[in-house]
Ligand binder design. Structure first.
Ligand code: HMG
Ligand code: MG
Length: 306
């Protein structure tokens, strides 16, 4: 049942950089995105048109989106929390958006100051507008395996929110383990519930690696035929509204595993690594992707012995 080909959705420039303490210069974000665009990735989340009070790290969304190079055939979704964000994005020439809610009420309130129901009502308008404008739309369902605030999340609750977003007209639903608590048996339980009501082709998974289970969860989802996975270069990221959440599963880690399993992605791991190496120089910490670290160490050893 393993897919022959997987689409990796790169979220480092958004999910990663939204969480950095140090101010990352706008030109570095643009250069990072431009390097990612050279790697063969077909979907690269660029930035967020959210309130700059909520996420000051991405307050430069307009400039980033306008100046970054758009490679032919590559989709560059941006996060949009409301109609205001949609208008800002559209004015910059955005052609793909992502709306985002969650299975947990507390998380949704802290993240976007709405109840889940209110968020669906807001997104109904946004998604209808986006579709009328010919845009591609992704819907995120966060906290699918647990909430940072302790409220109970069941697979049925996740399924129900996924269906609500799907019914609004989202082309793809990304199911997020926002705080990296999920384990493969939970993935085994959730995927069939989802594919009963949403076509497999429209389901993506978004794992954070907070407790080291992300690649195991990717493998579990692969066994059910899931073939779209979010990842961030170098393992950048976290979530400012999810205390303790660390980065997304590293793009290099996912690529290393998939390529080793003979699964095609069309992405050049060395080029993603070059993008990660570039952005690392703008950060005040090292990158967490194991494959990135191992490949860098191997290259340093080769350089020393040459
Ligand atoms: P609010 O305070 O309830 O809304 O925020 P508001 O309408 O009262 O707006 C507050 C201020 O923001 C106002 O400015 C608005 O004009 C302005 P003021 O009058 O105070 O000067 N504003 C905006 N400015 C620019 N663009 C906009 C916009 N909207 C309002 N679009 C709101 C509600 C949703 C706006 C806010 O809470 C918000 O922007 N939240 C975004 C949070 C966020 O980006 N979180 C991280 C992404 S989600 C995530 O990481 C999870 C994911 O990776 C999946 C996973 O891991 O599971 C996707
Ligand atoms: Mg995330």
């Amino acid at each position: 049942m393993l897919p022959e080909r997987v689409t990796v959705v790169e979220v480092g420039a958004r999910d990663g950089l939204q969480n950095e303490r140090r101010n990352v210069p706008t030109e570095d974000k643009i250069a990072f995105l431009d390097l990612l665009s050279e790697s063969g990735l077909r979907c690269i989340e660029a930035t967020s048109f959210v309130s700059p009070k909520a996420i000051p790290q991405l307050a430069d969304a307009e400039e980033v989106f306008r100046k970054m190079r758009k490679a032919p055939g590559v989709r560059y979704p941006v996060l949009v929390p409301n109609m205001r964000g949609y208008e800002r994005a559209k004015a910059c020439g955005v052609e793909a958006i992502a709306v985002f809610t969650a299975a947990s009420e507390t998380f949704t309130k802290r993240n976007i100051n709405m109840t889940v129901e209110e968020s669906i009502a807001i997104f109904a308008g946004v998604v209808a507008r986006a579709r009328a404008d010919g845009m591609w739309v992704r819907g995120y369902v966060s906290t699918a395996f647990g909430s940072p605030f302790g409220d109970v999340v069941t697979p049925e609750m996740v399924r129900d929110v996924c269906v609500r977003l799907s019914d609004l007209g989202c082309d793809e639903i990304s199911v997020g383990d926002t705080i990296g608590v999920g384990v493969p048996t939970q993935v085994d339980e959730l995927v069939p519930l989802l594919t009963d009501v949403i076509p497999l082709e429209r389901i993506a998974f978004h794992f954070h690696d907070t407790r080291g289970t992300a690649l195991a969860n990717v493998y579990a989802a692969l066994q059910h035929g899931v073939h779209v996975f979010d990842a961030s270069a170098g393992g950048l990221g976290g979530c400012p509204y999810a205390p303790g959440a660390t980065g997304n599963v590293g793009t290099e880690d996912v690529l290393y595993m998939l390529h080793g399993m003979g699964i095609e992605t069309g992405v050049d791991l060395a080029k993603v690594r070059a993008a990660s190496r570039f952005i690392r120089s703008s950060l005040d910490h090292d990158l967490t992707s194991k494959a990135f670290q191992a490949l860098e160490a191997a290259q340093a050893r080769e350089t020393r012995t040459a």
